[in-house]
Design a protein around this ligand. Structure first.
Ligand code: AMP
Ligand code: MG
Length: 288
């Protein structure tokens, strides 16, 4: 994170936040998606600049926190947030910033790494289904079942005849989750190859970031074009109104956070949640 050199202006009209929450919807993946044509640096949903953008992230944070509190209290709805991205696009940092201040009892993160032997010995959805959110919970998938049509496809880890059928399984799986009451939001962090080069270089130059640097990421970077094709097909084939994909420009970290907060708030506000009914007779209770 870069530190601002000047104090950000504190006055932020409520209307600007309202507009952002609506405008962020424009990042829903278009039907004829072409990632090449989608900007990674623009800030179309926020015309007020970076300093105010950072203030807005803080304000939306408070709103998300309040919504999550109500969701937890209600204990009825489930929200699954799927995060997929190129290396260094900021999945971890998104989770840290967007969910900052939410109640850890109601927010879980499931990170999907290279499958274990036990996982590889079963179908690829087995390990995933076990982590879907329960009533009242938000679960963020840091990588997900989509790796099984991304890294698996790019590296030929299973034959094409096998991975190509997975789009259908995944669509059915998400249909099942939605039919049974899970809300699903899928976010692709769209980073440019140039910005990735800068972030990798930063990780190399700063000893405190060495832990984030994986030599393997360079091999993945060489397959940039294959990954973009795999991301494109993933989004095109699995976007649905009950499980929409959003393509979020990720070159600017503050904008990425702002848009993702906006998308989540838009979804959760649409539920029109209610506080649970109080026990009867509360008005007569006297604490002695
Ligand atoms: P990271 O998220 O940087 O800790 O890296 C996790 C690694 O696990 C990435 O290289 C992923 O591509 C890899 N990975 C996740 N899911 C799968 C999968 N289903 N098959 C193979 N590799 C996977
Ligand atoms: Mg990594």
């Amino acid at each position: 994170m870069s530190t601002p050199t000047t104090e950000p202006p504190a006055d932020l009209p409520e209307e600007a936040l309202h507009d952002l929450v609506e405008a962020a919807q424009a990042h829903r993946a278009p039907a004829a998606l072409d990632l090449e044509q989608l900007d990674t640096r623009g800030t179309p949903a926020w015309p007020h600049g970076k300093a105010l953008g950072k203030v807005a992230v803080g304000r939306l944070n408070e709103r998300l926190e309040a919504l999550q509190e109500k969701m937890y209290a209600e204990g009825e709805r489930r929200l699954l947030v799927v995060l997929q991205a190129t290396d260094t696009a900021g999945k971890d940092s998104t989770i840290r910033h967007v969910f900052d201040g939410t109640n850890p009892q109601g927010v879980k993160v499931a990170s999907f790494k290279r499958p274990t032997e036990a996982e590889l010995a079963r179908d690829y959805l087995w390990r995933v289904h076990a982590h879907v959110p329960a009533d009242g919970q938000i679960t963020i998938f840091n990588r997900s079942h989509y790796e099984d049509v991304l890294v698996v496809r790019v590296h030929d880890l299973v034959p094409q005849a096998r991975w190509s059928r997975r789009y259908g399984h995944i669509a059915d799986f998400e249909r099942l989750l939605a039919d049974e009451g899970t809300h699903i939001i899928k976010i692709f962090l769209h980073l440019s190859k140039g910005e990735q080069a800068e972030r990798l270089q930063e990780r190399l130059d700063d000893p405190e970031k060495h832990w984030k640097f994986s030599i393997g990421d360079l091999a993945e970077r060489k397959r940039w074009v294959d990954y973009q094709a795999a991301f494109t097909e993933m989004i095109r084939r699995t976007d649905a109104d009950h499980a929409p994909w959003f393509v979020v420009p990720a070159d600017r970290k503050w904008y990425r956070n702002l848009v993702i907060s906006g998308i989540l708030i838009h979804e959760m506000e649409s539920w029109e949640m209610e506080w649970p009914e109080a026990e009867e007779g509360l008005e007569d209770v006297v604490i002695e």
